[in-house]
Design a protein around this ligand. Structure first.
Ligand code: ZN
Length: 164
């Protein structure tokens, strides 16, 4: 576990499932994040659940890249529920994902009528089938029923999808 006295530092919870392991991360990745103990524990098929990763600084990016590059006992790595912070790194740093397959991520939408922001979880296989275009899927506002607008430049936010 990361330092418990600092509520912002990265923590993780490991859950053993049938045939695979999930690791739920929460907090910030920075120079104080030490992945050594975790990397030694991970074996087989592993899914990283990344919804609660709220910030990564440049030192944290370096720690992360070293971590995902050297997981000797992991046979298959998947990133799931990537937060917007993770998506930004996937777009900027080409080896941020290491050997991981990307499963799903959060995307920003807004409703102009209601003036609200909504994060939608997008499953990559369903929303962006291979050979199809990379247009963001359409949703309607749950309050007023009007179409939501994608709240970023799709070509920019979704660039990482074409690097798979
Ligand atoms: Zn609305």
């Amino acid at each position: 576990m990361a330092n418990a006295s600092d509520s912002m530092s990265l923590s993780w919870r490991i859950k053993e499932r049938a045939g695979f392991t999930t690791v739920e991360f929460a907090g910030e990745i920075d120079e104080n994040t030490d992945f050594l103990e975790l990397s030694g524990r991970l074996t087989g098929r592993v899914v990283f659940h990344l919804q609660q990763v709220r910030r990564i600084n440049s030192c944290g990016v370096r720690e992360w890249i070293n971590f995902v590059r050297d997981l000797p006992n992991v046979e298959e790595l998947t990133f799931s529920h990537c937060s917007a912070v993770i998506v930004a790194q996937l777009n900027m740093i080409f080896n941020f994902r290491g050997a991981a397959t990307l499963r799903s991520f959060y995307a920003p939408y807004i409703c102009d009528e209601c003036d609200i922001e909504v994060e939608k979880l997008l499953d990559i296989e369903t929303s962006f089938p291979p050979g199809g275009d990379t247009e963001p899927p359409e949703f309607n506002c749950e309050s007023c029923g009007e179409p939501l607008e994608f709240d970023d430049l799709p070509d920019h936010y979704l660039a990482f999808l074409s690097e798979g």
